[in-house]
Write a protein that binds this ligand. Structure first.
Ligand SMILES: Nc1nc2c(ncn2[C@@H]2O[C@H](COP(=O)(O)OP(=O)(O)O)[C@@H](O)[C@H]2O)c(=O)[nH]1
Ligand SMILES: [Mg+2]
Length: 323
Protein backbone atom coordinates (compact mmCIF):
# COMPACT_ATOMS: atom_id res chain seq x y z
CA UNK A 1 0.00 0.00 0.00
CA UNK A 2 1.30 3.43 -0.95
CA UNK A 3 1.15 5.28 2.32
CA UNK A 4 -0.53 5.48 5.67
CA UNK A 5 -3.15 7.93 4.40
CA UNK A 6 -4.42 5.21 2.08
CA UNK A 7 -4.29 2.65 4.87
CA UNK A 8 -6.06 5.00 7.25
CA UNK A 9 -8.86 5.65 4.78
CA UNK A 10 -9.29 1.99 3.87
CA UNK A 11 -8.80 0.25 7.20
CA UNK A 12 -10.40 2.58 9.76
CA UNK A 13 -13.92 1.40 10.61
CA UNK A 14 -16.68 2.52 12.90
CA UNK A 15 -18.59 0.19 15.18
CA UNK A 16 -21.84 1.25 13.47
CA UNK A 17 -20.60 -0.51 10.34
CA UNK A 18 -21.11 -3.81 12.20
CA UNK A 19 -24.21 -3.11 14.27
CA UNK A 20 -26.31 -5.58 12.22
CA UNK A 21 -25.36 -8.49 14.45
CA UNK A 22 -27.72 -10.93 12.72
CA UNK A 23 -25.76 -10.35 9.53
CA UNK A 24 -22.50 -11.04 11.39
CA UNK A 25 -23.91 -14.32 12.70
CA UNK A 26 -24.90 -15.25 9.12
CA UNK A 27 -21.42 -14.39 7.85
CA UNK A 28 -19.87 -16.45 10.62
CA UNK A 29 -21.98 -19.46 9.59
CA UNK A 30 -21.33 -18.98 5.87
CA UNK A 31 -17.61 -18.88 6.47
CA UNK A 32 -17.72 -21.79 8.95
CA UNK A 33 -15.97 -19.85 11.69
CA UNK A 34 -16.24 -19.83 15.47
CA UNK A 35 -15.55 -16.95 17.85
CA UNK A 36 -13.98 -16.85 21.32
CA UNK A 37 -14.07 -13.76 23.51
CA UNK A 38 -11.71 -13.69 26.48
CA UNK A 39 -11.17 -11.15 29.26
CA UNK A 40 -7.87 -10.89 31.13
CA UNK A 41 -8.79 -10.44 34.79
CA UNK A 42 -6.77 -9.41 37.81
CA UNK A 43 -8.92 -8.09 40.65
CA UNK A 44 -11.59 -6.45 38.51
CA UNK A 45 -14.59 -7.47 40.62
CA UNK A 46 -16.22 -4.05 40.20
CA UNK A 47 -16.44 -4.21 36.42
CA UNK A 48 -16.13 -7.77 35.13
CA UNK A 49 -19.71 -8.82 36.04
CA UNK A 50 -21.53 -6.31 33.80
CA UNK A 51 -19.06 -6.99 30.96
CA UNK A 52 -19.70 -10.74 30.97
CA UNK A 53 -23.44 -10.24 31.45
CA UNK A 54 -23.65 -7.80 28.53
CA UNK A 55 -21.74 -10.11 26.21
CA UNK A 56 -23.63 -13.22 27.37
CA UNK A 57 -27.14 -11.78 27.09
CA UNK A 58 -26.59 -9.85 23.83
CA UNK A 59 -23.95 -11.83 21.92
CA UNK A 60 -24.39 -15.40 23.17
CA UNK A 61 -28.10 -15.73 24.02
CA UNK A 62 -29.83 -13.09 21.85
CA UNK A 63 -27.50 -13.30 18.84
CA UNK A 64 -25.17 -16.34 18.82
CA UNK A 65 -22.08 -14.42 17.71
CA UNK A 66 -19.81 -15.57 20.56
CA UNK A 67 -19.25 -19.32 20.81
CA UNK A 68 -16.95 -19.25 23.82
CA UNK A 69 -16.93 -16.62 26.57
CA UNK A 70 -13.93 -16.96 28.88
CA UNK A 71 -11.67 -15.19 31.31
CA UNK A 72 -7.97 -15.74 31.91
CA UNK A 73 -7.21 -14.93 35.52
CA UNK A 74 -4.01 -14.66 37.58
CA UNK A 75 -5.56 -15.68 40.92
CA UNK A 76 -7.61 -12.59 41.71
CA UNK A 77 -8.41 -12.24 45.40
CA UNK A 78 -11.29 -9.74 45.34
CA UNK A 79 -14.17 -11.99 44.29
CA UNK A 80 -13.55 -11.66 40.53
CA UNK A 81 -13.45 -15.43 40.02
CA UNK A 82 -16.79 -16.08 41.73
CA UNK A 83 -18.43 -13.27 39.73
CA UNK A 84 -17.07 -14.69 36.46
CA UNK A 85 -18.42 -18.14 37.27
CA UNK A 86 -21.81 -16.71 38.25
CA UNK A 87 -21.99 -14.77 34.95
CA UNK A 88 -21.25 -17.85 32.86
CA UNK A 89 -17.65 -17.08 31.92
CA UNK A 90 -15.33 -20.07 31.61
CA UNK A 91 -12.50 -19.38 34.07
CA UNK A 92 -8.89 -20.33 33.33
CA UNK A 93 -5.74 -19.61 35.34
CA UNK A 94 -2.64 -18.68 33.38
CA UNK A 95 -0.23 -20.51 35.70
CA UNK A 96 -1.99 -23.82 35.05
CA UNK A 97 -1.41 -23.67 31.29
CA UNK A 98 1.59 -24.47 29.09
CA UNK A 99 3.39 -26.34 31.90
CA UNK A 100 6.52 -26.79 29.77
CA UNK A 101 7.56 -23.13 30.35
CA UNK A 102 8.67 -21.40 33.56
CA UNK A 103 5.66 -19.27 34.54
CA UNK A 104 5.96 -15.50 34.09
CA UNK A 105 3.59 -12.74 35.14
CA UNK A 106 1.56 -9.94 33.65
CA UNK A 107 -1.12 -9.33 31.08
CA UNK A 108 0.85 -10.59 28.07
CA UNK A 109 1.59 -13.88 29.80
CA UNK A 110 -2.12 -14.31 30.53
CA UNK A 111 -3.14 -13.60 26.91
CA UNK A 112 -0.52 -15.95 25.48
CA UNK A 113 -1.61 -18.73 27.85
CA UNK A 114 -5.25 -18.16 26.89
CA UNK A 115 -4.45 -19.28 23.34
CA UNK A 116 -3.99 -22.78 24.77
CA UNK A 117 -7.64 -22.98 25.88
CA UNK A 118 -9.53 -20.69 23.50
CA UNK A 119 -11.19 -22.69 20.76
CA UNK A 120 -12.41 -20.06 18.30
CA UNK A 121 -11.09 -19.40 14.81
CA UNK A 122 -11.43 -15.74 15.75
CA UNK A 123 -10.12 -14.65 19.13
CA UNK A 124 -11.12 -11.36 20.72
CA UNK A 125 -9.62 -10.01 23.94
CA UNK A 126 -11.38 -7.30 25.91
CA UNK A 127 -10.01 -5.63 29.05
CA UNK A 128 -12.09 -6.39 32.14
CA UNK A 129 -11.90 -2.93 33.73
CA UNK A 130 -14.17 -1.14 31.23
CA UNK A 131 -16.81 0.90 33.03
CA UNK A 132 -18.97 1.86 30.02
CA UNK A 133 -19.38 -1.58 28.52
CA UNK A 134 -21.55 -2.13 25.43
CA UNK A 135 -21.75 -5.08 23.01
CA UNK A 136 -19.84 -2.97 20.42
CA UNK A 137 -16.66 -3.71 22.41
CA UNK A 138 -16.91 -7.23 21.01
CA UNK A 139 -18.89 -7.04 17.74
CA UNK A 140 -17.04 -3.91 16.60
CA UNK A 141 -13.78 -5.89 16.65
CA UNK A 142 -15.13 -9.19 15.34
CA UNK A 143 -17.08 -7.50 12.52
CA UNK A 144 -14.15 -6.56 10.26
CA UNK A 145 -12.69 -10.09 10.49
CA UNK A 146 -15.99 -11.66 9.47
CA UNK A 147 -16.51 -9.17 6.67
CA UNK A 148 -13.09 -9.03 5.01
CA UNK A 149 -10.91 -12.16 4.73
CA UNK A 150 -7.83 -9.97 4.07
CA UNK A 151 -7.96 -8.54 7.58
CA UNK A 152 -5.91 -10.47 10.16
CA UNK A 153 -6.01 -8.24 13.22
CA UNK A 154 -8.27 -5.43 14.45
CA UNK A 155 -7.58 -2.93 17.22
CA UNK A 156 -10.01 -0.71 19.07
CA UNK A 157 -9.67 3.03 19.27
CA UNK A 158 -11.74 5.54 21.16
CA UNK A 159 -11.61 8.73 23.13
CA UNK A 160 -10.08 8.21 26.53
CA UNK A 161 -11.37 10.57 29.17
CA UNK A 162 -9.39 10.61 32.41
CA UNK A 163 -10.97 10.45 35.83
CA UNK A 164 -9.60 12.77 38.44
CA UNK A 165 -11.23 12.95 41.86
CA UNK A 166 -14.31 11.31 40.42
CA UNK A 167 -14.69 13.83 37.57
CA UNK A 168 -14.21 12.82 33.91
CA UNK A 169 -12.00 15.06 31.76
CA UNK A 170 -12.19 14.52 28.00
CA UNK A 171 -9.09 13.45 26.10
CA UNK A 172 -6.69 13.28 29.06
CA UNK A 173 -6.23 9.49 29.06
CA UNK A 174 -3.76 7.48 27.02
CA UNK A 175 -0.66 9.05 28.51
CA UNK A 176 1.65 6.11 27.75
CA UNK A 177 0.21 5.99 24.23
CA UNK A 178 1.04 9.62 23.48
CA UNK A 179 4.30 9.89 25.39
CA UNK A 180 5.91 6.52 24.70
CA UNK A 181 4.35 4.36 22.03
CA UNK A 182 3.22 6.76 19.31
CA UNK A 183 6.55 8.62 19.34
CA UNK A 184 8.43 5.31 19.01
CA UNK A 185 6.21 4.13 16.16
CA UNK A 186 6.76 7.45 14.39
CA UNK A 187 10.51 7.06 14.82
CA UNK A 188 10.95 3.50 13.61
CA UNK A 189 7.65 2.10 12.30
CA UNK A 190 5.99 5.06 10.55
CA UNK A 191 3.57 2.72 8.73
CA UNK A 192 1.95 2.12 12.12
CA UNK A 193 1.67 5.80 13.03
CA UNK A 194 -1.97 5.87 11.88
CA UNK A 195 -3.05 3.71 14.82
CA UNK A 196 -5.04 6.00 17.07
CA UNK A 197 -4.78 3.74 20.12
CA UNK A 198 -1.89 1.32 19.55
CA UNK A 199 -2.14 0.29 23.22
CA UNK A 200 -5.88 -0.33 23.30
CA UNK A 201 -6.61 -3.41 25.37
CA UNK A 202 -9.39 -4.62 23.06
CA UNK A 203 -8.43 -6.43 19.89
CA UNK A 204 -9.34 -9.44 17.77
CA UNK A 205 -7.40 -11.61 15.40
CA UNK A 206 -7.46 -14.84 13.48
CA UNK A 207 -6.12 -17.87 15.31
CA UNK A 208 -3.68 -18.74 12.49
CA UNK A 209 -2.15 -15.29 12.94
CA UNK A 210 -2.12 -15.13 16.75
CA UNK A 211 -0.61 -18.59 17.11
CA UNK A 212 2.22 -17.73 14.71
CA UNK A 213 3.66 -14.67 16.48
CA UNK A 214 5.58 -14.25 19.74
CA UNK A 215 3.96 -12.54 22.74
CA UNK A 216 5.73 -10.28 25.20
CA UNK A 217 4.64 -10.73 28.80
CA UNK A 218 3.44 -7.75 30.82
CA UNK A 219 2.21 -4.54 29.22
CA UNK A 220 4.53 -4.99 26.22
CA UNK A 221 2.02 -7.37 24.68
CA UNK A 222 -0.01 -4.85 22.66
CA UNK A 223 3.00 -3.15 21.10
CA UNK A 224 4.68 -6.48 20.39
CA UNK A 225 1.62 -7.90 18.65
CA UNK A 226 1.24 -4.82 16.49
CA UNK A 227 4.90 -4.88 15.42
CA UNK A 228 4.98 -8.62 14.82
CA UNK A 229 1.70 -8.98 12.97
CA UNK A 230 2.70 -6.00 10.83
CA UNK A 231 6.12 -7.54 10.22
CA UNK A 232 4.69 -10.88 9.20
CA UNK A 233 1.40 -10.03 7.49
CA UNK A 234 1.83 -6.41 6.37
CA UNK A 235 -0.02 -3.15 6.94
CA UNK A 236 -3.04 -4.05 4.83
CA UNK A 237 -3.84 -6.96 7.17
CA UNK A 238 -4.30 -4.53 10.08
CA UNK A 239 -7.42 -2.53 10.86
CA UNK A 240 -8.77 -0.25 13.58
CA UNK A 241 -12.33 0.39 14.66
CA UNK A 242 -13.87 3.36 16.42
CA UNK A 243 -15.63 2.29 19.62
CA UNK A 244 -16.39 5.90 20.62
CA UNK A 245 -15.39 6.24 24.26
CA UNK A 246 -13.78 3.95 26.79
CA UNK A 247 -13.74 4.64 30.50
CA UNK A 248 -11.53 2.45 32.64
CA UNK A 249 -9.49 2.61 35.83
CA UNK A 250 -6.78 5.25 35.21
CA UNK A 251 -3.54 4.15 36.79
CA UNK A 252 -1.44 6.66 38.77
CA UNK A 253 1.60 8.18 37.06
CA UNK A 254 4.23 6.03 38.86
CA UNK A 255 2.46 2.88 37.60
CA UNK A 256 2.39 4.30 34.07
CA UNK A 257 6.08 5.07 34.33
CA UNK A 258 6.73 1.41 35.13
CA UNK A 259 4.38 0.40 32.32
CA UNK A 260 6.41 2.48 29.84
CA UNK A 261 9.58 0.82 31.10
CA UNK A 262 8.14 -2.62 30.33
CA UNK A 263 6.84 -1.56 26.92
CA UNK A 264 10.23 -0.07 26.04
CA UNK A 265 11.93 -3.36 26.87
CA UNK A 266 9.69 -5.05 24.31
CA UNK A 267 10.28 -2.30 21.74
CA UNK A 268 14.08 -2.30 22.07
CA UNK A 269 14.13 -6.05 21.79
CA UNK A 270 12.09 -5.87 18.58
CA UNK A 271 14.09 -2.96 17.16
CA UNK A 272 17.17 -5.10 17.55
CA UNK A 273 15.65 -8.28 16.09
CA UNK A 274 14.15 -6.25 13.20
CA UNK A 275 17.68 -4.95 12.49
CA UNK A 276 16.73 -1.33 13.12
CA UNK A 277 19.00 -0.75 16.11
CA UNK A 278 22.17 -2.36 17.47
CA UNK A 279 22.26 -2.35 21.26
CA UNK A 280 25.70 -2.21 22.82
CA UNK A 281 24.38 -2.70 26.35
CA UNK A 282 21.88 -5.10 27.83
CA UNK A 283 18.73 -3.15 28.84
CA UNK A 284 18.16 -3.21 32.60
CA UNK A 285 15.08 -4.86 34.04
CA UNK A 286 14.90 -3.12 37.42
CA UNK A 287 12.98 0.11 37.65
CA UNK A 288 13.87 2.70 40.26
CA UNK A 289 10.61 4.25 41.35
CA UNK A 290 10.79 7.44 43.34
CA UNK A 291 8.48 7.54 46.31
CA UNK A 292 7.59 10.53 48.41
CA UNK A 293 6.19 10.12 51.90
CA UNK A 294 5.98 12.78 54.58
CA UNK A 295 8.08 15.16 52.52
CA UNK A 296 10.94 12.67 52.11
CA UNK A 297 12.03 11.06 48.88
CA UNK A 298 13.05 7.42 48.67
CA UNK A 299 14.04 5.08 45.87
CA UNK A 300 12.41 1.70 45.57
CA UNK A 301 13.71 -0.89 43.14
CA UNK A 302 11.06 -2.85 41.32
CA UNK A 303 11.87 -5.68 38.94
CA UNK A 304 9.91 -5.34 35.67
CA UNK A 305 11.08 -8.06 33.43
CA UNK A 306 9.50 -8.73 30.12
CA UNK A 307 9.81 -12.20 28.65
CA UNK A 308 9.25 -13.01 24.99
CA UNK A 309 7.05 -16.08 24.56
CA UNK A 310 7.57 -18.06 21.36
CA UNK A 311 4.69 -18.49 18.90
CA UNK A 312 2.14 -20.82 20.54
CA UNK A 313 2.29 -23.02 17.45
CA UNK A 314 5.82 -24.10 18.41
CA UNK A 315 4.74 -25.42 21.84
CA UNK A 316 3.98 -29.11 22.36
CA UNK A 317 1.10 -28.49 24.80
CA UNK A 318 -0.49 -26.17 22.22
CA UNK A 319 -0.34 -28.86 19.59
CA UNK A 320 -1.88 -31.36 22.01
CA UNK A 321 -4.60 -29.03 23.31
CA UNK A 322 -8.12 -30.37 23.37
CA UNK A 323 -6.94 -33.99 23.26
N1 LIG B 1 -4.85 -12.30 34.01
C1 LIG B 1 -4.21 -11.13 34.17
N2 LIG B 1 -4.80 -9.97 33.77
C2 LIG B 1 -4.11 -8.82 33.95
C3 LIG B 1 -2.81 -8.77 34.50
N3 LIG B 1 -2.42 -7.47 34.53
C4 LIG B 1 -3.41 -6.74 34.00
N4 LIG B 1 -4.45 -7.56 33.67
C5 LIG B 1 -5.75 -7.19 33.08
O1 LIG B 1 -5.47 -6.58 31.84
C6 LIG B 1 -6.32 -5.46 31.61
C7 LIG B 1 -5.51 -4.22 31.37
O2 LIG B 1 -4.74 -3.94 32.52
P1 LIG B 1 -4.71 -2.50 33.17
O3 LIG B 1 -3.88 -2.66 34.40
O4 LIG B 1 -6.08 -1.95 33.26
O5 LIG B 1 -3.83 -1.70 32.09
P2 LIG B 1 -4.15 -0.30 31.39
O6 LIG B 1 -5.57 -0.35 30.93
O7 LIG B 1 -3.16 -0.22 30.28
O8 LIG B 1 -3.93 0.74 32.46
C8 LIG B 1 -7.25 -5.39 32.84
O9 LIG B 1 -8.45 -6.03 32.52
C9 LIG B 1 -6.49 -6.15 33.90
O10 LIG B 1 -7.36 -6.77 34.82
C10 LIG B 1 -2.22 -10.01 34.91
O11 LIG B 1 -1.12 -10.06 35.44
N5 LIG B 1 -2.97 -11.14 34.72
MG1 LIG C 1 -7.21 -0.49 32.20
Amino acid sequence: MANIDDWFAKRTYRHHDFADIERLVELKRERGLTVSVCLPTLNTADTVGPILRTFRTELVERFPLIDQLAVIDSHSTDGTIEICEAEGGQVFFDDELAPEVEPATGKGEALWKSLFVLEGDIICWVDSDIENIHPRFAYGLIGPLLTDPDIAYVKAFYERPIKSEGVLHPGGGGRVTELTVRPILNLFYPDLAGFIQPLSGEYAGRREVLQSVPFFTGYGVETGLLLDIYGRYGLDSLAQVDLEVRIHHNQPLPSLSKMSFGIMQAVFSRLESDGKLALNAEPRTVYNTIERTDGDYAIRQVPVSVVERPPALTMSSYEKRGE
